[in-house]
Design a protein around this ligand. Structure first.
Ligand code: ATP
Ligand code: MG
Ligand code: MG
Length: 550
C-alpha cells in the first residue's frame, strides 16, 4: 500500500504528537442518521479513520442524532454497513450524541447558573429578526436579563414538558453585536414534542442543537482533533466558547477542510432524499446514486473509493472534482484485478460456412492479459456464433476496422473470418452473416496478409442470455441546479438503458452478485443482486476509456 500524501491536517497532528500536546490521536466521524452515506462522506471517513490508523490512534463512529424527526434506525444500520464496507473498524463501541443528553442538560444548567444562558420566549421568526445581518448588529432579546433563578425554573419546566413546541428556547448569552452571527446568542435547546427518538424514545421533549452538542460530545470522548468541512469555520468560535464555559475534561481542536464536490451529481441529503422519495431513482442504493450503497451496486470497490479520496487530497480550497477522477480510480483497480470475459450486448448471428467439422470445439483463454495468477478458462466454440451488431457495417464509415462485407477480422482468442454474405429478412433487416473461416489462424497470424481488427464473440449453442444495465451519469450538467434552477430539470433521461438480449459466455452465467469482470471491448461489469440462474443481470460499472465530455 502506498503511503498517503501528507497535508496540513496530518502536519498539525504530527506536531501535536511530537510536542507531547497529545499522547494519542482521537478523531471521530459524526454522521447524522438522516440518509445514506455518499462519496463526500467517504472523504471524511477516509480522512478520520485513515489518520487514526496512520498514527495508531482511534476514530469514533458517532451518530449526530439531535434531529430525531428526520432520523431512523434504517439509516443507522446502513451507515454502519457502509463504513465497514469501506474497510474501517470503529472498535467495540458505537457512540451516539444522544448518549450525552443527560450530561448536556447538566452542562446547560451550569451555563444558566453562571449567567451564560437564558430562556428566551421569542418565536423562531422574532429570533431571526433580532439576529441582525452581516452589516447590522443584532438586538438583545427582551428575555436576555432574566434572573438565574427564573431561567433555571423555566428550563426545568421546559424539560418537564410544560410548554409547547416553539414556545421557548435556551440561548447562550454571548454577544448580540458580534460580527460573527453565530455568536449572537445562539439557540442551544429547542422543544420538540411527539417525536420518538430512535435511541431515547420519548424520554425527551427538549433537544440540544448541533452547535452545542458537537463540541461537548467531542470533549467527553477525548477527541483531540475534530475535523469538519469549511462551512463550519464560522462556527469554530462557538465551538470553542462552549468548551470554555462548561467543565469538560479536555479541549478538542476543530480543523476545517474543503468538502468534496463532484461533477454531474448532487450530494446534499435533502436532494438525495428527494430523488428517492419522488422515484427518480430506485432507492438510496440505485447504481446511479453517489451513495456508497449505490456505488457498491454499481461495482465500485472499497479500494477504488479510498484511492479516489487519497487522490482528491485534503485542502482548504473549494473545488469541483471531475467525475473522470472517480472513474479512473475504479478503472485502474478493475483493470488490474477483474477477470476478462466475452459478452455480446447486441447480438448478430454469424454462421461459419467452410469445413465446420474441423473447427475446434473449445478455446483456452487467459483470464487476464497481465496476471497469470487469474488462470485460464475454456470457451466453447462452434460454427454458429454471435458478434456485436456494432462490429459489423454494411456501409462502413471511413476508418472502420471491424467486419465489413468481403473483409476480414479476427475473432478474439480464435480464428480469422471473412464476411461472405449478408442475410436479410423480408424488410431488408440484417439477420445473419455468412463467413468464411481461415482454419490456419488459430493462435497464428494469417499467411501473406495483415488483419487488424479483433472482435469479441460467443458461441450460439453455449451462450447464456443475460440482462445488461447500461448506466450513465444521473445529471446532464456538471453542476445540477446551478444558478438556483431546479436540479431535477437537469436529470439525464437516458441514465439507464436495459439490454435484454445480451449473450454471455457460459463462464459468466453462474457468477455471484458482486463479482466483477471486464467484458472485453465493452467495459467493466458487476453482477447485480437481481441476478438469477435463469436471467443473469450485469451492471455497467465504467467503460474502458474516459469518455467524459465526448
Ligand atoms: P447534509 O448537509 O447534506 O445533510 P451533512 O454534511 O450534514 O450533509 P452529515 O451526516 O452531518 O451530513 O455528515 C457527516 C460528516 O461527513 C460531517 O463531518 C461532514 O462534514 C462530512 N461530510 C459530509 N459531506 C461531505 C462532503 N461532501 N465532503 C467531505 N465531507 C463531508
Ligand atoms: Mg446535515
Ligand atoms: Mg451534518
Amino acid at each position: 500500500q502506498e503511503t498517503p500524501r501528507t497535508h496540513f491536517i496530518r502536519q498539525i497532528i504530527e506536531s501535536d504528537l511530537a510536542s507531547g500536546k497529545h499522547a494519542r490521536l482521537v478523531t471521530r466521524f459524526p454522521p447524522e442518521p438522516n440518509g445514506y452515506l455518499h462519496i463526500g462522506h467517504a472523504k471524511s471517513i477516509v480522512l478520520n479513520f485513515g489518520l487514526a490508523q496512520a498514527f495508531t490512534g482511534e476514530c469514533h463512529l458517532r451518530f449526530d442524532d439531535t434531529n430525531p424527526h428526520k432520523e431512523n434506525l434504517e439509516f443507522v444500520e446502513a451507515i454502519k454497513q457502509d463504513v465497514r464496507w469501506l474497510g474501517f473498524d470503529w472498535g467495540e463501541r458505537v457512540y451516539f450524541a444522544s448518549d450525552y443528553f443527560e450530561q448536556l442538560y447538566a452542562f446547560a444548567i451550569e451555563l444558566i447558573e453562571q449567567g451564560h444562558a437564558y430562556v428566551c420566549d421569542l418565536t423562531a421568526e422574532e429570533t431571526r429578526l433580532h439576529r441582525g445581518t452581516l452589516t447590522e448588529p443584532g438586538r438583545d432579546s427582551p428575555y436576555r436579563n432574566r434572573s438565574i433563578a427564573e431561567n433555571r425554573d423555566l428550563f426545568t419546566r421546559m424539560r418537564a414538558g410544560e410548554f409547547p413546541d416553539g414556545a421557548r428556547t435556551l440561548r447562550a448569552r454571548i454577544d448580540m453585536a458580534s460580527p460573527n452571527i453565530n455568536l449572537r446568542d445562539p439557540v442551544l435547546y429547542r422543544i420538540k414534542h411527539g417525536v420518538v427518538h430512535h435511541q431515547t424514545g420519548s424520554a425527551w421533549c427538549l433537544y440540544p442543537t448541533y452547535d452545542y452538542t458537537h463540541p461537548i460530545s467531542d470533549a467527553l470522548e477525548g477527541v483531540t482533533h475534530s475535523l469538519c468541512t469549511l462551512e463550519f469555520e464560522d462556527h469554530r468560535p462557538l465551538y470553542d466558547w462552549c468548551l470554555e464555559h462548561v467543565s469538560v475534561p479536555c479541549q478538542p481542536r476543530q480543523i476545517e477542510f474543503s468538502r468534496l464536490n463532484l461533477e454531474y451529481t448532487v450530494m446534499s441529503k435533502r436532494r438525495l432524499t428527494e430523488l428517492v422519495a419522488e422515484g427518480h431513482v430506485d432507492g438510496w442504493g440505485d447504481p446511479r446514486m453517489p451513495t456508497l450503497a449505490g456505488l457498491r451496486r454499481r461495482g465500485y470497490t472499497p479500494a477504488a473509493i479510498r484511492d479516489f479520496c487519497e487522490r482528491v487530497g485534503i485542502t482548504k480550497s473549494d473545488n469541483l472534482v471531475e467525475m473522470a477522477l472517480l472513474e479512473s480510480a475504479i478503472r485502474d483497480d478493475l483493470d488490474a484485478h477483474a477477470p476478462r470475459r466475452m459478452a455480446v450486448l447486441r447480438p448478430l448471428k454469424v454462421v461459419l460456412i467452410n469445413d465446420p467439422e474441423s473447427l475446434v470445439d473449445s478455446i483456452e483463454a487467459r483470464n487476464h492479459p497481465k496476471d497469470d495468477g487469474l488462470g485460464v478458462r475454456s470457451i466453447p466454440f462452434s460454427r454458429e456464433l454471435y458478434i456485436d451488431q456494432t462490429d459489423f457495417a454494411e456501409n462502413p464509415p471511413k476508418g472502420f476496422k471491424r467486419l465489413v462485407p468481403g473483409g476480414e477480422v479476427r475473432l478474439r482468442n480464435a480464428y480469422v473470418i471473412r464476411c461472405e454474405e449478408v442475410i436479410k429478412d423480408g424488410q431488408g433487416r440484417i439477420v445473419a452473416l455468412h463467413a468464411w473461416v481461415d482454419h490456419d489462424t488459430l493462435g497464428r497470424d494469417p499467411q501473406g496478409r495483415k488483419v487488424k481488427g479483433v472482435i469479441h464473440w460467443v458461441s450460439a449453442d453455449h451462450a447464456r442470455r443475460a440482462e445488461v444495465r447500461l448506466y450513465d451519469r444521473l445529471f446532464r450538467t456538471p453542476v445540477p441546479g446551478a444558478g438556483n434552477a431546479d436540479f431535477r430539470a437537469d436529470i439525464n433521461p437516458d441514465s439507464l438503458r436495459v439490454l435484454n438480449e445480451a449473450l454471455v459466455e457460459p463462464a459468466l452465467a453462474d457468477a455471484l452478485p458482486g463479482e466483477r469482470f471486464q467484458f472485453e471491448r465493452e467495459g467493466y461489469f458487476v453482477v447485480d443482486p437481481d441476478t438469477s440462474a435463469e436471467r443473469p443481470v450485469f451492471n455497467l460499472t465504467v467503460g474502458l476509456r474516459d469518455t467524459w465530455g465526448k
